[in-house]
Structures are given as structure tokens and as C-alpha cells.
Design a protein around this ligand. Structure first.
Ligand SMILES: Nc1ncnc2c1ncn2[C@@H]1O[C@H](COP(=O)(O)OP(=O)(O)OP(=O)(O)O)[C@@H](O)[C@H]1O
Ligand SMILES: [Mg+2]
Length: 264
């Protein structure tokens, strides 16, 4: 069983009350991978991330973390291993960038333990990595959408969990900051032994950066594997979009060129 990944879902049914989103879904997150989940709106991507982060208990099946059903771990044990950045979050009014990023450290603090030098260092490192150190004293609610997004990413990085789940982390970011963030994710998985799972809508980014892609439609996994899994029939099948796929001239990964469907 040495190849068992740290995090996987086994035949889970995910539902909100009686509304079933995914039925008997199984998926494994390869350790140390940069896994990207793609799929149309409402296909169940965020629902799956929530389940993997223990925020949505499956109605049947199991989410397993480090060999144990995730619901059976102490909350603190999960918090020190997995962190989810939700698709949208609201900052407490008036909070500063430094204080919000610092909140990422709280799972590491017990009642006995005070704020330490390690906490301070992790917060500054997370702010440096996300390019927000010069905003440290600014109130979060006065920042632009893209700056704010980077503060949230800084907060989840500050927690230093080995597994990071990011729901559309590039939303609101300009193209340079999108690439910078994806480069950072790649660096964390390649060189820091961290496992990243991100939902991305940009298939070209997904193909360029992911070591493992999961394509979802209607709550099911339609395909998974290396970026070459993304073919034009798959894009047509999953998104109903006709496209041509060429080689990305820089990374040689699939580059999706959509065909438009003119009206009239
Ligand atoms: N809290 C909720 N209560 C009831 N239904 C929900 C809830 N959250 C999501 N859903 C439904 O579950 C389905 C999957 O939603 P989910 O948010 O997982 O989709 P998604 O793939 O992340 O979409 P998007 O790309 O738009 O973020 C949708 O039909 C949605 O309406
Ligand atoms: Mg979503």
C-alpha cells in the first residue's frame, strides 16, 4: 500500500440536502502533484474541493487523508495538513493585510502558545511570495480585487500545510499576476514537496502547469491524467466547444484555440 496517496475520495456521493451533485465519485490526488480540476460552471468542482477539505461530509463513501477517514481525524489534525482557499471570501471589516495573512497561522497556535518568531517569519514569507509585503499595513477592504486575491492566497500559504486546495485562485488577477501565481504553485509542488490542487477555468494554463488534470462534467470525472489528456474531442464533449489544439510554442503542452459559433 506504499503507493496510496495521502488524499483520495472513494466512491463518494456529494449532496446538498437531497440535491445530489456527484454520485460514487472516486479520485486520488497524487502526492506532490500540481493537480488542476477543469470543467464547466456547476459541474461540481467546488463541491469536490469542499469535500476534500472536510467541509462537506459525503453522504456515502469516504474521503481518506493519511490512511484515515477524514471525518475521524481531529479538526486540528486536518487543519495542519490541508487548507482550502474558497472561491470567494469576505474579509472582516477594517482588517489589515498583515492581520489577515496572520490568521493563516492560527491553527498552529494553541492556548498555551503565543505568537512566535516562526509565525512572524511565515507571515512575512507568505506576503513576499505573493508580492503583498508592501501592502502589509493597508486595510484589505481598500485593495483592488487582484490585490485582495493575493492576500487570501498569502493567508493560506502562511499556514504552511502540505496540501493546498485553491478554488479559482487566478480570478481577478491580471495576466502577469496569473502567471506569477501559477509559477509559485509549480515551485511549491516541484521544490517544496507540497501537493496543490487548483480549480482553473483557463485550459491553456491548466495544460501548461498541471502535472495531473481532472476534467469534470455533471458531477462526474470524464477524464484524468497528464495534460495530453486534453484533446479536442474531450473539450467538445466537456464544454460543448469546438476547438483546434496546437502545441504551446513555449511549453509544448496542448494549446486550445477555440472556434467561435457565430449567431445568425
Ligand atoms: N450550498 C449549496 N446548496 C445547494 N446547491 C449548491 C450549493 N453549492 C453549490 N450547489 C449546486 O451544486 C452544483 C455544483 O456546484 P459547484 O459550486 O460545485 O460547481 P463548480 O463546478 O464549482 O462551478 P463554477 O465553475 O461556477 O464555480 C450546482 O448545480 C450548484 O447550484
Ligand atoms: Mg466553483
Amino acid at each position: 500500500m506504499s503507493n496510496t496517496p495521502r488524499l483520495y475520495a472513494k466512491a463518494v456521493t456529494l449532496a446538498y440536502e437531497r440535491r445530489v451533485i456527484s454520485e460514487k465519485l472516486s479520485v486520488a490526488i497524487p502526492d506532490g502533484s500540481f493537480t488542476v480540476i477543469v470543467g464547466p460552471n456547476a459541474s461540481g468542482k467546488s463541491t469536490l474541493l469542499r469535500a476534500l477539505a472536510r467541509l462537506l461530509p459525503p453522504s456515502s463513501g469516504q474521503i481518506v487523508l493519511d490512511g484515515k477517514e477524514i471525518g475521524k481525524h481531529a479538526a486540528k489534525a486536518v487543519a495542519s495538513r490541508i487548507r482550502l482557499l474558497p472561491q470567494s471570501s469576505i474579509a472582516p471589516e477594517g482588517i489589515s493585510v498583515f492581520d489577515l495573512v496572520s490568521r493563516g497561522r492560527y491553527p498552529h497556535q494553541s492556548f498555551q502558545r503565543q505568537w512566535s518568531k516562526a509565525d512572524e517569519a511565515a507571515v512575512w514569507q507568505a506576503m513576499e511570495l505573493t508580492g503583498i509585503a508592501d501592502l502589509a499595513a493597508r486595510p484589505v477592504d481598500e485593495l483592488s480585487g487582484g490585490q485582495r486575491q493575493r492576500v487570501w492566497i498569502g493567508m493560506v500559504l502562511a499556514q504552511e500545510t502540505p496540501i493546498l486546495l485553491l478554488d479559482e485562485p487566478t480570478t481577478f488577477l491580471d495576466i502577469a499576476h496569473q502567471i506569477e501565481l501559477l509559477d509559485l504553485c509549480q515551485y511549491l509542488s516541484r521544490h517544496c514537496g507540497r501537493t496543490l490542487v487548483a480549480v482553473l477555468h483557463d485550459l491553456n494554463h491548466a495544460c501548461r502547469y498541471a502535472t495531473h488534470i481532472i476534467a469534470m462534467r455533471d458531477g462526474t470525472i470524464v477524464a484524468e491524467g497528464e495534460p495530453a489528456t486534453i484533446t479536442s474531442p474531450l473539450v467538445e464533449d466537456v464544454f460543448g466547444l469546438s476547438c483546434m489544439i496546437i502545441d504551446d510554442p513555449i511549453s509544448a503542452t496542448p494549446l486550445i484555440v477555440p472556434r467561435s459559433k457565430p449567431r445568425g
